[in-house]
Design a protein around this ligand. Structure first.
Ligand code: FBP
Length: 553
């Protein structure tokens, strides 16, 4: 296989472990802390997790390793969307497992959780794993979005584990996958299988975080990758002075990615979905907000700018959510066939006009035709609108254009508005992990094995104090049930890890809020440049502004 010079160097990079895990396996001991409670709905969560609820938080420290000697056969699964550093979680897990006992075995279930159910796996070897050290991607074993959530699936998982003598399963995933890891851990405990389950917090979206988990892995690299390109675009905009760039960035629902990119690059506009929902902003008011910046800059002779749009924003616009549910209703069951049989878009439009409420029709009517058609034509297997496919960067630039035309007619605007559109998502999910993600992920995997070795079940691998240098990081574990509450999902009350949305009273948003008026009118762009893997630590090892602000730094 031909590899790039950078990959060649990265294979040799030695990820940094937290100081307390650096002494060698024989000198890692465990300190148990207080018993835990779930963040809310304690009685309900306790009743649902009688075997795994209320366990103690734990921290590793230097001392004599007192774990029981036992051959470990571990299975690892990558679950959900790719995030830079996933390979290093596997490498850290493998290295700790082999350093403990060369006879220990690590299996990788292929293609996500379905690999476990289908018993589709590989056994890792030194030669194989060495090709993936510090590389991006999940291609080492692949990933998938099958959810492990039914009793039937758990029974199959127990059978597969028994067949291979598996002692523990590590699930590398987001909030949903780790919720399911907790349910699987409870099932294994309740059925005396002796199999442990440990989770690792992954997602570029950054929405798996709480008082215990400071950030999910992949967020650092993905936001640095997007910020590099947004900074480059800003410089291009400021050089050519003729385009407004509308940049949509990934993040299925939370706006952490957009906010971090804004903190890194200081664009003219960044929408924050959580604020849109809180202020119940309409499409029209959002368009006015952006148009105000365009007009103010045009008045100063600057017919250019950059606006960051979070991927999930339209779902947070209350009137748009109502429109989406009305469309889903309008095309439910056989009505979709009736709609599809209509010969022209004009006929279809009349059908829509007839079926929507006056309010929703007013929202629908202001959308550009391409978006209108997208809402009706691209639907998921259940027939629902695929909101994530909506090109919101184009939607908002079209709405802004219409607003500017109105202002031009009213004589209050006389600038030029040439929008360009970008979507940054997949570009960042498999980048070479930054040093931070390479170190954090390796530590998460290494630490996951220590949790296994010490017999813990239903825990999330926890590395904290992350804004400090790695030797000051703290390694330990937290029962997943501590992060859970009850939420309504698909018409049922379910125990889930609470998804972390952007907090409007949090320090990252407050910093953004305090500066954005200036950024909207002036040109305050900052250029983070490409991720640096080699060079001074002040450039190569720093993590996100979000984390630094959250930590009060
Ligand atoms: P996870 O929550 O599984 O980490 O995935 C998040 C994400 O990267 C979102 O940002 C994006 O909306 C989505 O995955 C895209 O999913 P897919 O890979 O299925 O297209």
């Amino acid at each position: 296989m031909t590899i790039s010079p950078l990959q060649k160097e990265r294979l040799l990079y030695a990820p940094k472990l937290p100081g307390m895990l650096r002494h060698g396996i024989s000198e890692i001991c465990v300190r148990e802390g207080a018993e835990t409670q779930s963040v809310a709905d304690q009685e309900k969560i306790k009743a649902l997790f009688p075997n795994t609820y209320g366990k103690k938080e734990i921290t590793f420290e230097k001392g004599k390793n007192t774990s029981a000697a036992k051959k470990q056969v571990v299975g690892v699964i990558l679950s959900g969307g790719q995030a830079p550093g996933g390979h290093n979680v596997v490498c850290g897990l493998y290295d700790a497992l082999k350093a403990t006992d060369a006879n220990n075995v690590l299996y990788g279930f292929k293609g996500g959780p379905s690999g476990l159910l289908e018993d589709d796996y590989i056994e890792f070897t030194d030669d194989f794993i060495d090709q993936y050290r510090n590389t991006g991607g999940f291609d080492i074993i692949g990933s998938g979005r099958t959810k492990l959530e039914t009793e039937e699936q758990f029974a199959i998982a127990a059978e597969v584990a028994k067949k291979h003598g598996i002692t523990a399963i590590v699930i590398i995933g987001g909030d949903d996958s780790n919720t399911n890891a907790a349910v699987l851990a409870e099932y294994f405990a309740a059925h005396n299988t002796g199999v442990q389950v440990i989770g690792c917090p992954k997602t570029i979206d950054g929405d798996l975080k709480n008082e215990d988990i400071e950030c999910s892995f992949g967020f650092d690299t993905a936001t640095k990758t997007y910020s590099e390109v947004i900074g480059n675009i800003e410089r291009d905009a400021n050089s050519a002075k003729k385009y407004w760039h509308f940049v949509k960035v990934m993040g299925r629902s939370a706006s952490h990615v957009a906010l971090e990119c804004a903190l890194e690059t200081q664009p003219n506009i960044c929408l924050i979905s959580e604020e849109v929902a809180e202020k119940k902003m309409s499409l029209s008011s959002i368009a006015d907000y952006i148009a105000d910046s365009v007009a103010a800059r045009a008045a100063k002779g600057m017919n250019f700018g950059v606006a960051i749009i979070p991927e999930g924003v339209v779902e947070f616009v209350p009137e748009f959510s109502v429109l989406i549910s009305e469309i889903n209703e309008l095309l439910a069951g056989s009505k979709a066939d009736e709609f599809n049989a209509l010969p022209t878009w004009k006929d279809k439009y009349a059908f829509i006009e007839n079926g929507l409420t006056k309010e929703s029709m007013a929202v629908f009517a202001i959308l550009p035709e391409t978006i209108q058609q997208q809402l009706f034509l691209e639907r998921d297997p259940h027939g629902n609108v695929q909101v994530s496919l909506i090109e919101s960067e184009k939607l908002f630039s079209a709405l802004v254009k219409a607003k500017l035309e109105e202002r031009r007619k009213a004589g209050t605007y006389s600038g030029k508005f040439n929008p360009l559109h970008h979507f940054f998502g997949y570009e960042g999910r498999c980048a070479f992990p930054s040093n931070f993600d390479a170190d954090y992920c390796y530590s998460l995997g290494y630490n996951a094995f220590m949790l296994i070795q010490y017999g813990y079940n239903g825990y999330l691998s926890k590395i904290s104090n992350l804004s400090k240098p790695a030797d000051e990081w703290i390694a330990g574990g937290m029962p997943i049930t501590k992060m859970m509450n009850m939420e309504r999902r698909h018409g049922e009350d379910k125990p889930v890890i609470r998804k972390a949305l952007v907090e409007l009273d949090g320090k990252p948003f407050k910093f953004f809020e305090a500066n954005r008026e200036k950024w909207a009118v002036e040109t305050c762009y900052t250029f983070p440049g490409a991720i640096q893997y080699y060079g001074p630590s002040s450039v190569c090892d720093i993590t996100t502004k979000t984390l630094a602000l959250e930590k009060g730094e």
